[in-house]
Design a protein around this ligand. Structure first.
Ligand SMILES: [Fe+2]
Length: 117
């Protein structure tokens, strides 16, 4: 069975929840990682298990019924992984001013924000 190695994917910022304080609360980061992201990981692993079990029994109808959950939970997991892996404090190569295309886009739409879920 394929299982998601969550701890390997999120170690950049998740091993120090308070690294971005005072800009982002460490408590919020911890809740986000241990509750919200974990829910997607659990759901993805559960769907993978259910599909593998159904396939082993030849129940491909059940496997197909559960398959959409891979998109939902897998998408949530990937989006959160991008979130964790693209945040870093100045002490770890983060921070500073944006440059290049990102800088241009931010100047055009300075108040635009996109929720990640
Ligand atoms: Fe989230």
């Amino acid at each position: 069975m394929l299982a998601v190695p969550r701890s390997q994917l999120t170690r950049r910022i998740a091993d120090d929840y308070g690294a971005l304080e005072p800009h982002i609360s460490g408590k919020i980061m911890e809740l986000h990682h241990t509750k919200h992201h974990q829910t997607y990981v659990n759901g993805l692993n559960s769907a993978l298990e259910t599909i593998a079990e159904a396939e082993s029994k030849g129940d491909f109808t059940k496997a197909a019924t559960v398959a959409p959950l891979l998109n939902f939970h897998g998408g949530g997991h990937i989006n959160h992984t991008l979130f964790w892996e693209n945040l870093a404090p100045a002490s770890r190569e983060g921070g500073g001013e944006p440059d290049g295309a990102l800088k241009v886009r931010l100047r055009i739409r300075p108040h635009h924000s996109s929720p990640h879920h």
